[in-house]
Design a protein around this ligand. Structure first.
Ligand SMILES: Cc1cc2nc3c(=O)[nH]c(=O)nc-3n(C[C@H](O)[C@H](O)[C@H](O)COP(=O)(O)OP(=O)(O)OC[C@H]3O[C@@H](n4cnc5c(N)ncnc54)[C@H](O)[C@@H]3O)c2cc1C
Length: 462
């Protein structure tokens, strides 16, 4: 096989990580030129709903800005709208099941994405639109769609990549950015285990009318990430922006609406309990039955109170059919609402591996519980670090990959384990005494981190 003078890099997976890497490699081409190709199993940009708000941290934001050229950065506000002054607070608030505040970590104010990216101490996060970030990142990228990678074969010279349609491509470096079920990871590191937490979560994107958002904000203030902890191992999570969206649904009151992501999590064993009121069996291909299941659980596990009523009304806004008309539906949410198992890839299931021309990034190698909002941030940081490592590319020496993998594993293993730990801690059913202890501990932590942050701000005026 005759190698091109310019080495070829193949990226499999056009998600947030793969696209960030593509841009970074093109951006750096004056320093080191590669022939970069990117393949995606989906048939088009709108094949699958990319929904969900996500929280981008100051570290993720810095890496994203490192990766993308100014032409892409100029479109970022579509995905990362500026903070609305005096209306929005980027941060998280955690309450108990009746709305008493347990934890409200202090937040550093920032007016836009660029200010967020400049924060160098501590962790700050901005709620952004995940679907629009994907759209922005797709701009100017010649993704080859409908190309599902099935396997690869490494040779002396490089790597052959095989696709389901019977085609194959040769490259010098193969990057698996192909998500949690990555066939590339399964082939390269079959020892890496997926851990199933025994926790189910249901996530949905909705459009909330102002009168309901006002009620929600009475409980949680204007903080944009809102979590409530039940006592039976169940929890709710809502991410929103308080920016009115263009109204695409018929609405008699013609009031402003806001987009929001709702997630309900609970111990999976509750999927097997027959509640009297649950007449129909839950069917993951029937969104109405999944939403009804969530509402039955909320009604059964939560006390009668304003917060429970509000949660039920919010879940009523979830789409109960599979809308295959992406234009008509508010968020082009054309994938059905389904129950999903919470899982991660256990970094402890492998001690070390031999670096090769096949390298992994993002969820493909370190999928983690979404509870701390660190998955996409790490995928983008991987892209940043790998693009820097690739500046040292030579045909005969792959020690730069080893350096990337060492840094990536150290950074992400800690986050996988931290996310798992917090998920288990917040998903354990508690008795009355356990609830008192949990609430006290969280309240003490709340006082401590607020005090620490106050002192930190006095000392470091960053
Ligand atoms: C409910 C929820 C909330 C979340 N909230 C946050 C948050 O607040 N903050 C945060 O940082 N993260 C969050 N995450 C996680 C975050 O979305 C992921 O960690 C991130 O998208 C991973 O990026 P990636 O590029 O590695 O993988 P993905 O975005 O999954 O992209 C992988 C791509 O590879 C493609 N692909 C898969 N297999 C193949 C194949 N065989 N051949 C070709 N292409 C293939 C897929 O179609 C996909 O486009 C959340 C996740 C969930 C589920």
């Amino acid at each position: 096989m005759q190698q091109d003078k310019i080495p070829t890099i193949i990226i499999v997976g056009a998600g947030l990580g793969g696209l960030s890497l593509y841009h970074a490699l093109i951006k750096n081409k004056d320093k080191r030129e590669f022939n970069v190709k990117i393949f995606e199993r989906e048939s088009s940009p709108t094949d699958r709903w990319q929904g969900y708000h996500i929280g981008l941290s100051n570290y993720g934001a810095q890496s994203l800005l490192n990766c993308i050229p100014s032409s892409i950065a100029s479109n970022l506000p579509k995905a990362t709208p500026n903070t609305v002054p005096d209306v929005e607070t980027h941060g998280i608030i955690i309450t108990d099941q009746v709305g008493n505040v347990l934890l409200a970590p202090p937040t550093k104010p920032f007016k836009d994405f660029y200010e967020l990216a400049k924060i160098s101490r501590g962790l700050s996060s901005m709620i952004i639109y995940r679907d629009r970030l994907r759209d922005v990142l797709l701009d100017d990228v010649p993704v080859q769609w409908n190309k599902k990678c099935t396997k690869y074969v490494e040779t002396q010279e490089g790597v052959w990549v095989f696709f389901e349609d019977g085609t194959q491509e040769f490259c010098n470096i193969l990057v698996g950015a192909d998500g949690i079920n990555s066939p590339i990871r399964k082939q390269k590191l079959p020892e890496l285990q997926i851990v199933n937490y025994g926790i189910t979560h249901v996530g949905v994107d909705i459009s909330i009318p102002k009168h309901l958002m006002d009620r929600a904000s009475k409980i949680h203030g204007n903080v944009l990430a809102r979590k409530t902890l039940g006592t039976k191992g169940d929890s709710t999570f809502m991410m929103t922006r308080l920016i009115p969206i263009k109204q695409e649904q018929d609405d008699e009151k013609n009031e402003p609406h806001y987009r929001a992501t709702l997630v309900y999590s609970y111990p999976s064993e509750l999927d097997n309990v027959d509640t009297e009121s649950e007449k129909a069996k839950v069917d993951d291909n029937d969104p109405a039955s999944v939403i009804e299941h969530v509402k039955v659980l909320i009604r059964t596990l939560r006390p009668d109170c304003e917060l429970t009523d509000l949660l039920l009304e919010l879940w009523d806004l979830a789409p109960k059919t599979i809308p295959n008309d992406p234009i008509k539906f508010p968020f082009k949410n054309y994938n059905p609402v389904q129950r999903r198992m919470m899982r991660d890839i256990d970094p402890m299931s492998i001690k070390s591996w031999t670096s090769s021309r096949v390298v992994l990034l993002g969820d493909a190698v370190h999928a983690m519980s979404p509870i701390l909002g660190l998955g996409a941030n790490n995928a983008i940081q991987d892209a940043d670090k790998l693009s820097q490592a690739l500046l040292k590319y030579t045909d005969n020496n792959i020690s730069f990959i080893e350096e990337y993998e060492k840094e990536m594993l150290k950074r992400t293993s800690a986050d996988v384990l931290k996310s798992r730990n917090v998920t288990f801690k917040t998903s354990t059913p508690l008795g009355p005494f356990g609830v008192i202890v949990r609430d006290r501990i969280l309240k003490v932590i709340n006082v401590m981190i607020n005090f620490y942050s106050f002192a930190d701000n006095l000392i470091f005026k960053d």
